[in-house]
Design a protein around this ligand. Structure first.
Ligand code: SF4
Ligand code: SF4
Length: 171
């Protein structure tokens, strides 16, 4: 097979100094800065926190746990969410609920948000509509990793009542 030798072109002095490219970059930056300052129509930046972005309905935000009509947590500690979780960031300790209908409940329910990849597999896997990611909220920033591990109390703070029937049917 024939090979083709390609001669490498020598760079000019201006190219070696990168001056035209630096000037071109400055022109682009200045043009965008002036556009942002005076022609605000196409500015993509949102003036947070005064202005908040409206997320689409399917946005997967911070997790929350739902409750039954009597206010108890819907989760039955079946571990399906933690089994489906690819990041292994859900940790549940199950307890005996002592009732005939529902055997178990989560004594503790922890999600490490720094490990979570927001895939939504946990809510897909849940047969009880007990965990949702429709809070519309971002995880908040923090100065320590511990603060990013959210527990049952925090998960229930955002919680809503669900009247879905056990097994995923209903509304
Ligand atoms: S969103 Fe995905 S990674 Fe995060 S807790 Fe749920 S299953 Fe795990
Ligand atoms: S899958 Fe649903 S019911 Fe089962 S442990 Fe997870 S949140 Fe609870």
């Amino acid at each position: 097979m024939a090979t083709v030798q390609v001669e490498r072109r020598e760079l000019t002095l201006a190219e070696k100094l990168y001056i035209p490219e630096v000037v071109r970059g400055l022109v682009v930056t200045t043009r965008q800065m002036l556009k942002n300052a005076f022609g605000k129509k196409d500015v993509a930046t949102i003036q947070y926190p005064e202005v908040k972005k409206v997320y689409p309905d399917r946005f997967r935000g911070r997790h929350r746990l739902t409750t039954r009509e009597d206010g108890t947590v819907r989760c039955v500690a079946c571990m399906l969410c933690s089994t489906a979780c690819p990041a292994k960031c859900i940790h549940i300790v199950a307890g005996d609920r002592g009732g005939a209908d529902v055997e178990k409940y989560p004594i503790s329910f922890e999600i490490d948000l720094l490990v979570c990849v927001y895939c939504g597999f946990c809510e897909e896997a849940c047969p009880c509509d007990a965990i949702r990611m429709d809070s519309g909220r971002h995880p908040l920033p923090s100065f320590s990793r511990d603060k990013q591990r959210i527990h049952k109390v925090q998960l229930l703070e955002d919680g809503v009542r669900s009247i879905a029937r056990q097994g995923g049917e209903g509304t």
